[in-house]
Design a protein around this ligand. Structure first.
Ligand SMILES: Nc1ncnc2c1ncn2[C@@H]1O[C@H](COP(=O)(O)OP(=O)(O)O)[C@@H](O)[C@H]1O
Ligand SMILES: [Mg+2]
Length: 182
């Protein structure tokens, strides 16, 4: 039996490739599904979330929750909260802000800067770690890690999609090999 897939690393050639990845992951996102997004400022966490919400049918604006901390979205089948914990200065602030109910319950959640909420946050299904790739301003490397059975199922589906027809600009990336785009 194969070990369950727990990590895929990808090279995203530009912002539209990041959008294609979000669209490929969108079918996995449903009630209670939690995605953590890590990476420095400007690596594309909000851009990814915007594309994910579009793929889930949201047609209105997607504001970065950097100042509001949370933005709610009523999608057709479920609600999704987009959190950004960048401004948190201690690990209890997400509880003090009343977010405990909205992460890992009936809603889906996407969390930027989850590390600033400390170890008390419920584990995500998927954890994406974004970073820039060399000198190219628009390339990103993303490690997509599964932290639950649901996350592993999602990664397997992503891997099948990539093997069948990788979206434009989305290429496999192995740490030992130099980046090469699809
Ligand atoms: N491959 C890429 N993926 C995502 N964003 C990209 C990419 N290349 C360039 N960008 C640009 O980088 C910026 C990412 O900003 P944003 O998503 O707000 O970052 P974060 O939320 O991580 O701070 C945007 O201006 C976007 O147009
Ligand atoms: Mg952001």
């Amino acid at each position: 039996m194969h070990a369950a897939l727990s990590e895929i690393s990808l090279l995203l050639a530009d912002e539209s490739a990041t959008g294609h990845l979000a669209a490929a992951l969108a079918p996995c996102v449903g009630p209670g599904f939690v995605v953590f997004l890590s990476g420095d400022l400007g690596t594309g966490k909000t851009a990814f979330t915007r594309a994910l919400l579009r793929a889930l049918g949201h047609t209105g604006r997607v504001r970065s929750p950097t100042f509001t901390l949370a933005e709610p979205y009523n999608l057709s089948r479920f609600d999704l909260y987009h959190f950004d914990f960048y401004r948190f200065s201690n690990e209890n602030e997400w509880r003090d802000a009343g977010f405990e109910e909205s992460i890992g319950g009936d809603c889906a959640a996407v969390v930027e800067w989850p590390e600033l909420a400390g170890p008390g946050l419920p584990a995500p299904d998927l954890w994406l770690r974004l970073r820039t790739a060399g000198d190219d301003a628009s390339s990103r490397i993303v490690d997509v890690l599964a932290h639950s059975v649901r996350g592993q199922t999602c990664l397997s589906a992503l891997s099948d999609t990539l093997a069948r027809a990788a979206p434009a600009g989305v290429g496999c990336w192995a740490p030992s090999a130099p980046p090469s785009s699809a």
